[in-house]
Design a protein around this ligand. Structure first.
Ligand code: DC
Length: 221
């Protein structure tokens, strides 16, 4: 495997792209970059600093002044050197991150950090705009998708594991709303890049998707 490729994957919430991207990175010995964790880390910082989602000026300053890094091949997110990985997937962060990720100048700050981490290639990066905006010259691009029903089912099972009380219908509605927000925002909306390979994971296991993607990467190199 060429050591310095950039492999970029975008897709909606619950499409399985994080699990897929992480597994691929492990298999081919590449760095894994979860760009959503960066937006979540800034959101956590805003919450701790008591800056509301409407205070754009201070949010921008916060985003420019913080440093986000990853260790243990993407498993650990460091916010200004502190491991915050276990604090990034709460319902409060889920709700607020959507608003913070809409702010163009916050996005510019995050894109700068993503490019810093990915500057030497040898990386599998996933998010909503990594194939279109962050790494438009990535050698191999994927758009990972699944039906809304399947994504809701996956998320529901995850939440049941955590003993969160909810219904599949509620989750499905939340996912639809999030899809609409991600796809309709003015800056860097979620959309498949023209040269992305579309992968529908609806009826596929993680292993099937990973094998398919590795075949596609091999075919491109
Ligand atoms: O992938 P995720 O659910 O952890 O992403 C968290 C939020 O950040 C989600 O609302 C979409 C947003 N995001 C983004 O706007 N651009 C990215 N490259 C990655 C995530």
């Amino acid at each position: 495997m060429n050591e310095s490729l950039t492999i970029a994957m975008d897709g909606p919430a619950g499409s399985g792209k994080s699990s897929v991207a992480r597994r691929i990175a492990e298999k081919i010995g590449y760095l894994f970059l979860n760009s959503g964790a960066m937006y979540r880390a800034v959101t956590l910082l805003a919450d701790r600093s008591k800056i509301p989602c409407t205070d754009i000026t201070n949010l921008i300053e916060l985003a420019h002044d913080c440093q986000i890094d990853f260790t243990d091949n993407g498993k650990i997110t460091l916010l200004n050197g502190e491991d915050v990985s276990h604090l990034l997937h709460t319902p409060e962060i889920d709700k607020a991150v959507v608003e913070i990720a809409k702010i163009p100048e916050v996005r510019r700050a995050m894109v700068k950090q993503q490019r810093r981490i990915g500057k030497d290639g040898g990386i599998v990066v996933e998010g909503r705009d990594v194939t279109t905006v962050v790494f438009p010259d990535a050698e191999v691009k994927f758009y990972i998708d699944a039906s809304v029903q399947e994504r809701a089912k996956r998320r529901f099972l995850e939440l049941q594991d955590k003993e969160v009380v909810c219904t599949v219908e509620q989750i499905e509605q939340e996912i639809k709303t999030r899809d609409e927000t991600d796809a309709s925002r003015a800056h860097s909306p979620l959309r498949p890049a023209d040269d992305a390979i579309i992968v529908d994971t609806t009826d596929k296991s993680l292993n099937q998707v990973v094998d398919f993607i590795i075949e596609q990467i091999d075919a491109h190199t």
